[in-house]
Design a binder for this molecule. Structure first.
Ligand SMILES: C[S@@+](CC[C@H](N)C(=O)[O-])C[C@H]1O[C@@H](n2cnc3c(N)ncnc32)[C@H](O)[C@@H]1O
Length: 268
């Protein structure tokens, strides 16, 4: 039986459309130096696969295997790939906890914003290491929700962050994953780890709308909002107030948002 955690965001359009704006350039630059044109890459928890197609372009004589758990998100991933017209990539349904691949199959095993959703990130890293070739790399990047902050300061957005972290922890996951990556690799017995961090910043009108309006929707229409109510952390009217706070922030030309992503590239 495949272990299945509760996925805090859910795969509703408001979350998936926001994730689909990510690219390899924005989300895999930290491990660009370990990807060659012939790399065999496993993209774990690929979501809509907007990053996976960029990885496949970088490894244009290699191959990308993109996996995710959800059936619906795999359809979206396949559509992204069809639209990109890229052939050195395939999408498969699998869990990071039980990867259906032989030992030492991949040069690079990559997971972007995935470990933060797992109840057992150390088991996930151990399994990613198993399928990575000796001398190959595991590359992971995760946000640290504690660092999410904005100007003008907003009690409502602070409240959103508080509730989001409560919901993620209720699911057994670690919303501040970025800062824990090094320790998790050590617990998995992997000690050759290069850690970096990069900031996410939303400061233009387009960026504010991408982040702020998407979170306004996500507070009302996604797995996060359903779970916040189910677990008793927020009522529907609390979530409506959070959504309104996000809309106000997104409409403010001074609106600025920042957070840290932790990044780790480990050699196995
Ligand atoms: C925040 S999304 C990130 C998607 C993509 N990597 C990106 O950055 O745009 C996390 C993804 O991990 C997937 N996921 C969660 N648990 C998983 C598991 N045990 N095995 C594989 N994928 C999983 C979810 O279904 C979701 O699509």
């Amino acid at each position: 039986m495949v272990k299945r955690d509760v996925y805090t965001h859910g795969h509703q359009p408001a979350a998936v459309n926001q994730h689909a704006k990510r690219t390899a350039a924005t989300s895999a630059a930290f491990c660009r130096d370990v990807i060659s044109s012939t790399s065999q890459i496993l993209d774990v928890g690929c979501g809509p696969a907007s990053i996976s197609i960029g990885l496949a372009e970088w490894a244009d004589q290699g191959f990308v295997t993109a996996i995710d758990l959800g059936e619906q998100i795999l359809e979206t991933a396949n559509e992204t790939i069809r639209n990109a017209g890229i052939s050195n990539i395939t999408v498969e349904q699998a869990s990071v906890y039980e990867l259906p691949y032989e030992d030492q199959s991949f040069d690079v095993t990559y997971a972007h914003q995935v470990l933060q959703h797992l109840a057992d990130p150390v088991l996930a890293i151990t399994e990613m290491a198993r399928v990575t070739k000796s001398g190959g790399y595991i590359a992971v990047r995760d946000a640290d929700y504690y660092t999410m902050s904005c100007s003008p300061e907003s009690e409502t957005i602070d409240e959103w962050r508080r509730i989001y972290r409560l919901v993620a922890r209720h699911n057994g996951a670690e919303p501040d994953a970025g800062r824990h990556l090094l320790g998790w690799f050590h617990q998995a017995g992997i000690h050759s780890v290069r850690c970096t961090a990069s900031a996410g910043v939303y400061a233009t009108k387009e960026e504010r709308e991408n982040w702020g309006l998407s979170w306004a929707d996500r507070c009302l229409t996604t797995g996060f909002s359903e779970q916040a109510i189910e677990y008793g952390y927020a009522s529907r009217s609390d979530l409506e107030a959070l959504a309104e706070g996000w809309r106000e922030w997104a409409a403010n030309p001074d609106g600025y948002f920042q957070f840290i992503n932790g990044e780790a590239v480990a050699q196995v």
